[in-house]
Ligand binder design. Structure first.
Ligand code: NOJ
Length: 568
């Protein structure tokens, strides 16, 4: 049953509710925030059905407080047939029963706020589910129905309309068009169960303005916008004219991605957000060809942040990292938006596994590589990321150093892109395996039952329980790093880094704030120790033994694949 939050609920007051009060918090909290991504189906399961839920998330909020993050971003938990793990929304104002109810969402938001955590929800405006009321009615009413204009229905090409209306392909593989029984075709840039909305239609724009208000009234602190680059399609839906569309995705402006018209939508959304108190934010999932084009989404009257996928796609290589860091900072400075940094999310192979493999394999990898090397680099990459100016995103489980589960049997996989691409692509299930909380128990404490994807047999020692208080564990490294980031404003602040001389394969830079101590960061991306001048007192190292070798004659050996923070 859908409860409307403006109705008084039995044990809570009526909406609208406040976002997290900012009286005691610094202004612009989001500029340096560390935001933790919860993938609800894989975080914690309260009822033993093997699928995580909102009550599970609520029961584990203290883990996030103790970790020291500022906010939680929840991937979709709305009513959905789950054709794409909830990114196919059937009702934007309801919680799917598998995840709980609106009351659970309300309780989760309240508890998070009480712990000082902000809550960002996922908004999916590019497409709905094919089980959305509008789409079901549009199908039922047939060609010519005004409801079809809310989506992209078209007659086909060819003598009998047997060919799709244009040459666009789905991001998940295969044509981006599906033909319905009456002969018309509809557009879906993702799975056929995810028909694209027609954003030229005023009803679509009105509906999303209303959905924004619904969740703002629930007290959420902002939105992550799914496929933010895709809402507007080029006039007339022209052919792409390329036989290798997948290569263009994210590397070029196409008739369906990164069209200029999207910016008008975000300007109108920004005026809504700004009516609400509490410094709420938008973050764009916008895959654009360059960081410069990403910067257009975060101009002062548009969105607040955009994910930095160029950074995510960069291998553990000093020169490449320096280049992407500089380009990011240079492109964000003119628009006044904070840079963001991210290493993992629910769509890419976990960075421990990426960094344990050779470069050039992309962001979806099927090989385990060298897990120990991957972990060393992942820990070093985390300290590098958390010392860069701006906001950082952490994906659930990376604080445990989880590897990707690369050997899931095909029959348990659920990623629709795996099936559309005939097993040649779509390895996103490997980063979605439910996370381990305890050494023992069914599903390592994920819940009282099993887990919707099988967990590897050796995850007990990776669990939160096993790593808590264990010197040198990845969890304790994250906790120390986030505590240090709070104590040393130089780590997250500002808009630039001051590069210092360093040998090939090493990054060294200074981070400063007026009136505070500065921090020097040294990161060795090579496989051998490098001798460097000791810039001050060691603050934190990514090395598993937690030790920074003493300096002799003012120099110290920076171990292979290690980052050290120094107070200078
Ligand atoms: C991006 C989401 O992160 C991904 O999981 C989803 O499959 C697509 N958008 C389609 O909504």
């Amino acid at each position: 049953m859908t409860q409307h939050p403006t109705e008084p609920t039995p044990d809570r007051g009526p909406a609208p509710r406040q976002a997290l009060a900012t009286a005691a918090a610094p202004r612009d909290w989001w500029r340096e925030a560390v935001i933790y991504q919860v993938y609800p189906r894989s975080f914690a399961d309260s009822d033993g059905d093997g699928m995580g839920d909102l009550e599970g998330v609520r029961s584990r909020l203290t883990h996030l407080r103790d970790l020291g993050v500022d906010a939680v971003w929840l991937s979709p938990f709305y009513a959905s047939p789950q054709a794409d793990a909830g990114y196919d929304v059937a009702d934007y104002r309801a919680v799917d029963p598998v995840f709980g109810s609106l009351l659970d969402a309300d309780a989760l938001i309240r508890d998070a706020h009480a712990l000082g955590l902000r809550v960002i929800v996922d908004l999916v405006p590019n497409h709905s589910s094919d089980q959305h009321e509008w789409f079901k009615r549009a199908l039922a009413e047939g060609p010519g129905s005004p409801l079809r204009e809310r989506y992209h229905f078209r007659p086909g090409q060819g003598e009998d309309g047997e060919l799709p209306p244009n040459d666009w392909e789905s991001v998940f593989g295969g044509p981006a068009w599906t033909r319905v029984a009456d002969g018309e075709w509809y557009l879906h840039l993702f799975a056929p169960e995810q028909p694209d909305f027609n954003w030229e239609h005023p009803a679509v724009a009105d509906e999303f303005r209303s959905i924004l208000r619904f969740w703002l009234d629930m007290g959420t602190d902002g939105f992550r916008i799914d496929v933010a680059h895709g809402l507007v399609k080029a006039e007339g839906l022209p052919d792409l004219g390329s036989h290798d569309q997948l290569k263009l995705l994210g590397n070029d402006v196409t008739p369906f991605f990164d069209q200029d018209g999207v910016h008008e939508i975000y300007r109108s959304w920004r005026t809504i957000l700004d009516e609400y108190s509490g410094e709420r934010i938008f973050v764009a999932e916008a895959w654009t060809p360059t960081v410069e084009r990403t910067a257009r989404y975060v101009r002062p009257d548009e969105l607040h942040q955009a994910f930095n996928f160029q950074y995510l796609s960069t291998h553990w290589d000093a020169a490449a990292l320096r280049e992407v860091i500089d380009r990011t900072l240079d492109s964000m400075r003119p628009v006044g938006a904070p840079a963001t940094w991210v290493l993992s999310n629910h769509d890419v192979t976990r960075h421990r596994t990426r960094f344990g493999n050779p470069p050039g394999l992309g962001t979806q990898i099927r090989s385990a590589g060298d897990p120990e090397l991957g972990l060393r680099r992942a820990r070093a990459a985390t300290l590098l990321m958390l010392a860069l100016p701006g906001s950082a995103y952490v994906y659930q489980g990376e604080e445990l150093g989880l590897p990707d589960v690369v050997d899931l049997p095909d029959e348990v996989r659920q990623d629709p892109s795996y099936f559309r691409a005939a097993g040649q692509d779509g390895f996103r299930d490997g980063c979605r395996v439910p996370i381990p909380w305890t050494r023992t128990g069914p599903s390592y404490g994920f819940g009282p039952g099993g887990s919707w994807l099988p967990q590897p047999g050796d995850w007990a020692e990776l669990s939160v329980e096993a790593q808590t208080g264990r010197p040198g564990s990845t969890l304790e490294l994250y906790r120390s790093a986030l505590a240090a980031r709070r104590a040393q404003p130089a780590l997250g602040a500002g808009e630039s880094v001051e590069w210092l001389d360093a040998p090939e394969g090493v990054l060294a830079f200074r981070r400063t704030v007026p009136d505070g101590p500065c921090v020097v960061v040294t990161a060795n991306t090579t496989g051998a120790a490098v001798s460097l001048p000791a810039p001050g007192e060691p603050l934190l190292t990514s090395a598993a033994d937690g030790a920074v070798p003493a300096a002799t004659d003012g120099r110290f050996p920076l171990a292979a694949d290690t980052t050290v923070w120094w107070l200078a």
